[in-house]
Unconditional design. Structure first.
Length: 323
């Protein structure tokens, strides 16, 4: 398959591009002139993997995008921020290309497909607009519902935060915010699993005009589960520290934080926190939904979130050793 990856120098996009090439697809990465200089190391790594690069961006002239979309079977977008709405330009180019075999995977990779636009309007609103444009265009699409990425959620023990941070140390000094009862269930996946299931869906007829939910059974957890796993691995198995101090946060407390958020980014982060921890993301699947581990049971063996958290134990031990 010929695959065009948009946003290929980003955190998720670069991994999707490399995995697509590894699985034998002929991959082209759309890279802006700015990224070719600012992210030269990533661009070179893509090229070293055998990925071709095409100079352009989502605000390029339509004829450039149309030509690219005429020559590929699949387009995967992994843009974020302002790039989300600019995907509408890509949809228009796809309509002009009139490529009947084109499969379009827009930049979703979140819980949007499970919880809806109202959960975080500033983030999910643009995704919803792109969805509606695709569905109205009759272009073949696949929506990837990835839920929460582990480096953002598991590293904070259920609190959304900076990617890859070290969790609180169980020494009685650091506190972990504990939301509500702590037992509302949501889904958290490793980045590697999201990438592999996304690439597996490329060219798959089962998921054309469908949602693919990456919702492994062992990754459906609560905040209580994440904290308990972490404490058990450190306190009982390693003999390090003590139980974490939980700082209760009620739904009313979180609503007040959302209202008083200093900027849109912080407000969206808190809205996502509420949608995961108080509302939950494990909504029933519909007739247009497939679950990745059920659809592809033998293609990839996912990493249970409890195993992912072994890495957090090593990071915490290293952090404590440096103090």
């Amino acid at each position: 398959m010929k695959v065009l990856v948009v946003g290929a120098t980003g955190y998720l996009g670069s991994r999707i591009a490399v995995e697509s090439a590894r699985r034998g697809h002929k991959v082209t990465a759309l890279v802006s002139e700015g990224s070719q200089s600012k992210k030269a190391d990533i661009v070179q790594r893509l090229r070293d993997t055998g990925i071709e690069t095409a100079t352009g961006h989502l605000e390029s002239k339509q004829e450039i995008l149309v030509k690219l979309l005429t020559d590929v079977n699949i387009v995967v977008s992994a843009v974020n921020g302002p790039g989300l709405l600019l995907q509408l330009n890509l949809v228009e180019a796809a309509k002009k290309a009139a490529n009947p075999t084109l499969q379009f995977l827009p930049s979703e990779f979140s819980a949007f497909g499970a919880v809806g636009e109202e959960a975080a309007p500033l983030l999910y609103g643009p995704k919803a607009q792109v969805r509606r444009a695709l569905q109205a265009s009759h272009i073949r699409y696949t929506f990837i519902v990835a839920y929460g990425l582990a480096p953002y959620w598991a590293n904070g023990l259920g609190e959304l935060g900076t990617r890859g941070r070290v969790p609180p140390a169980p020494r009685g000094l650091d506190k972990v915010p504990y939301y509500g009862s702590g037992h509302t269930r949501f889904c958290v996946n490793t980045v590697e699993d999201v990438v592999k299931y996304t690439v597996r869906a490329l060219g798959c007829s089962y998921v054309v005009n469908k949602q693919l939910h990456i919702r492994p059974r062992l990754n459906q957890v609560s905040q209580h589960d994440l904290i308990h796993i972490y404490e058990d691995k450190l306190f009982r198995q390693q003999g390090i520290g003590q139980r974490l101090v939980r700082a209760p946060v009620s739904e009313a407390d979180l609503d007040a934080q959302i209202t008083g958020a200093a900027d849109d980014i912080k407000r969206t982060q808190l809205q996502l926190q509420k949608s995961f921890i108080f509302m939950g993301t494990l909504t029933p699947l519909g007739i247009h939904d497939y679950e990745a581990t059920a659809l592809y049971p033998d293609d990839h063996h996912y990493t249970p979130i409890a195993r992912y958290m072994n890495n957090l134990i090593y990071e915490c031990k290293a952090h404590l050793a440096e103090e």
